[in-house]
Design a protein around this ligand. Structure first.
Ligand code: G3P
Length: 218
């Protein structure tokens, strides 16, 4: 499973990369707005930090403007994957730019049929939002399972990127289903590392070691 970080925060990305487990980054207009910086400037910094796909999202909503924006974003860096929302105009733009070799991450996907359309139209990645489905009492992981079944049935090359992850269980269940990528908020990345028994066990090892050292030197 590839782990991406779902953030535009440079410090979070730097820390995640230092842990050796970040394979890419996803951003969206809200995450970039949160940093209060120019998209192209922060995108270049991210691409310099991460040797993997970096998703940058268009904000246009008409197909020709999406196409123009996608071409501009793709020029920022070879690792840029352009995020296009699952809307009719987005599908039209995907159909054009995917044939130009621009890698597209179709985002804001909430149904398996939307994911089927994205794959049929040449999307490199599709981003179903599991957390936002859970938030309305739907089961986001059921969607992941349905999409993986459909992609396997037709041997689509599109990668499923589990997005809108709220906690480690989303990652665990998605991994058991065989999802290709999980994009993690920095908080969830740290939750994956932590287990109370690891901390308790280490404390006991160190205490026993110190006690033995005292005995040897007394
Ligand atoms: O960046 C796409 C997605 O991961 C954002 O999800 O629900 O946390 O805003 P959410």
């Amino acid at each position: 499973m590839k782990f991406f970080l779902d953030t535009a925060n440079i410090e979070e990305i730097r820390e995640g990369v230092s842990m050796g487990i970040v394979d890419g980054v996803t951003t969206n207009p809200s995450l970039v707005a949160k940093e209060g910086r120019d998209l192209e400037e922060v995108a270049k910094e991210i691409c310099d930090l991460v040797d993997g796909p970096v998703s940058l999202e268009v904000v246009s909503t008409q197909s020709q403007e999406i196409i123009d924006e996608a071409r501009r974003l793709a020029k920022i860096h070879k690792n840029v994957v352009v995020k296009i929302p699952m809307i009719r105009e987005g599908l039209k733009a995907l159909h054009v730019v995917s044939q130009e070799g621009i890698r597209v991450n179709v985002t804001l996907v909430f149904s398996a049929t939307q994911a089927l359309l994205a794959a049929k139209n040449g999307a490199s990645i599709v981003s179903p939002f599991v957390g936002r489905l859970d938030d309305i009492s739907a089961d986001g992981l059921d969607l992941i399972s349905d999409i993986l079944t459909i992609y396997d049935n037709y041997q689509f090359k599109t990668e499923l990127l589990v997005a809108s992850i709220r906690h480690p269980l989303h990652v665990l269940k998605a991994a058991k289903l065989g999802a290709h990528i999980a994009t993690l908020p920095y908080k969830v990345l740290n939750q994956l590392v932590k287990h109370p028994l690891s901390d308790i066990g280490l404390q006991k090892f160190l205490a026993d070691w110190e006690r033995q050292k005292q005995l040897v030197h007394s």
